[in-house]
Design a protein around this ligand. Structure first.
Ligand code: ADP
Length: 159
């Protein structure tokens, strides 16, 4: 069975991530979307909140699971017996960082391959940080995130 891990911060999940999940689910037998618990990133949403939002987004897929993890992604992949790690590429600006990350991961553990997927062009400019900026200043994010994510964002910024 080909297991893929799609790791990330997902703070919060956007239509860009969902597009990658849809594509990744087609090329794996089981896809595990995993929220990295990295407090150094100072996230807006707790790990649980992020997991819950992703679970709603993947309700329609029967081969997708959602979890969280701490520590090295390669150790997590090893524990889950994953063959691939999925990463999304938006533009060339992502490439250098992602290449460095993938080569480092390969040096640590060469039994997991990083697979890069490209989003639909409509989402190629989209990032969780941009969504947070827009909502913070009262903009409309309905084209970028599902409605329940928008509601959670509004709740955070109204506090
Ligand atoms: P990170 O894991 O770097 O903290 P994210 O959680 O935002 O960042 O993203 C997780 C993965 O999804 C990364 O591989 C990132 O490049 C990819 N990604 C994020 N937004 C998009 C998008 N709009 N289109 C394609 N890939 C994306």
């Amino acid at each position: 069975m080909k297991i893929g891990i799609y790791p990330g911060s997902f703070d919060p999940i956007t239509y860009g991530h969902i597009d990658i999940i849809e594509r990744a689910a087609k090329i794996t037998d089981k896809l595990i979307v995993s929220v990295l618990n990295n407090s150094a990133k100072n996230p807006l949403f707790s790990v649980n909140e992020r997991v819950e939002m992703i679970k709603k987004a993947v309700e329609g897929f029967d081969n997708v699971e959602v979890e969280s993890f701490e520590g090295l992604t390669v150790d997590y992949c090893k524990a889950k017996k994953a063959s691939f790690m999925i990463r999304g590429l938006r533009a060339v600006t992502d490439f250098e960082y992602e290449l460095q990350l993938a080569q480092t991961n390969r040096a640590l553990y060469d039994k997991v391959d990083t697979v890069f997927l490209l989003t639909n062009l409509n989402y190629a400019y989209l990032s969780s940080s941009a969504v947070k900026q827009v909502i913070k200043y009262g903009g409309d994010v309905s084209k970028f995130v599902p409605q329940y994510v928008e509601a959670k964002l509004k709740e955070k910024y109204s506090k």
